[in-house]
Design a protein around this ligand. Sequence first.
Ligand SMILES: Cc1cc2nc3c(=O)[nH]c(=O)nc-3n(C[C@H](O)[C@H](O)[C@H](O)COP(=O)(O)OP(=O)(O)OC[C@H]3O[C@@H](n4cnc5c(N)ncnc54)[C@H](O)[C@@H]3O)c2cc1C
Length: 502
Amino acid sequence: MNILNSLRDIVSSKYVSNADYIRKSYSRSMNSVIEDNLPDFVVRPENSEEISEIVKIAYSERIPIIPRGGGAGLQQGAIPYKPGGIVIDTTRMNKILNLDEDHLTVRVQCGITWAELNTFLMEKGYYTGNVGPNSGMSAVVGGGLSNNSYGEGIAIYGPVTKNCIGLKVVLPNKNGDIIETGSGECKYVKNPFNRFGFVSDLLGIFLGDNGIMGIKTEAILKIYSKPKFKAHMSFTLKRKSAEVALKILFNCRKKGYLGIFRAGFVDSSLVRASMIKILPDIPPLDENLKIINPKGRSMLEYILIGENENIIEENNKIIEEISLAEKGVESIDAQKKIFKWDNDKNEYWQVSHHIWGALGPESTGQSAECRIAMHNYPELTKGLSKWTLENSEKLQAVKAFPATGGMISLCDHTTISFPIGLIVWNKPEYRKLNGELWDSFMDAAIKLGVMPYMTGLRYSRSLIRTGAFSEQFLNFLRTIKQSLDPRGILSPGKYNLGMYSE
Ligand SMILES: Cc1cc2nc3c(=O)[nH]c(=O)nc-3n(C[C@H](O)[C@H](O)[C@H](O)COP(=O)(O)OP(=O)(O)OC[C@H]3O[C@@H](n4cnc5c(N)ncnc54)[C@H](O)[C@@H]3O)c2cc1C
């Protein structure tokens, strides 16, 4: 079979390529420090039916397929594990299919970016609650649902997956079956309104799956009325600041959700770095900080939402009382917004794009970002410091340094997320050691009980390498994978399940 011609027959020659420069650009994601594995083809379908046809070819020819959203993942989930295969770029699938104001849901194609979707919804007075990852100007709905992404609003609405009530998925089997999951499983439900009810939560198999179970083509997400009022609160902390901040956040949680849309701790080193110009052509992240927090102390900041000012005022008082009960905590002028956060104007997303690569074009993060339960924080930081000491010579050899903590965000219930990983330099001679250090760092993190919030190629293999899963659990996972993907064509290499010739 001539694969190129067959793919052209499906999507037209405009949307398939085997040109070197295209293959090269799809051999990388945000972490550009590892060897490039070029796919053979990049294809850009526009709907589920086209993807199904592509799957049929891949199945019959046993060609790996790798679904890709915005390519903003930090764990190499959207690039080939080995040279070859077909990368399916879903970003042409960016349509809003149905805004259902009776059920408060929106049906979209999975290649739409979070920023585009929320900009559309906000004009109509809605949003997706959790408005998607900070990378949402590039990252798309399918990537977020596959990575179980966190984002602004997670403190009250949960991760993006929690707000998904339906998916259309193409299965990686012989016929490229297209299925609906969620209450849309039942053909008599005209407007899907709920996640499950007919049988087990089969939608869940495809959420947070890192793209190994099926190719998501359409999603139904809950939408919420955008709250009328929003308030900012900020505190500075003097000593043992991360521990104190976590104690405060935990005590807040014990009182309920208190309208906390976002709560985050920012370490003093990051506060100070945000006040200054790091690169000549990039302005400081927030010059306001010089005025409201001149000593550059660590900060705890909140965004509260509510339907009226009284509700916010009441919650404000509760949070203030809890916060000021801790030694060394002071309230600062909350009216001066910190980090210029305002998702009405895309600033929320722009800030992150601004931070990435702030150390210059050659620096990059080898992320091992994670979620943990609040109470595990001290143990985790101790464990990672130990790893740093043990690996100091190797780190020096490639001038890499660990980037742990800095910012802690309140997530769902008593969970927090924060960046951990390494800042490294993208030089060919450092690649091998960079890769080894990255794996070793992730293995250490997994053994310390973290939950990676995206696993991609790297963390997923670390989970297997460190023996994190029991053999019984692995068998269960393999059974599901095998029944959905009998030839192992979808995202091979992830999780190193040892089932196929990976
Ligand atoms: C500056 C910056 C800030 C970030 N901030 C956050 C953050 O706040 N929260 C957060 O969670 N992450 C964050 N990330 C990481 C990442 O961008 C997100 O996890 C995001 O959701 C990835 O989406 P994407 O569309 O880029 O996915 P990709 O990187 O393209 O893919 C991610 C994974 O999903 C799979 N996939 C993609 N689309 C499909 C599909 N349709 N069907 C099946 N599988 C699919 C891929 O195979 C891959 O395994 C950040 C990254 C950067 C660079």
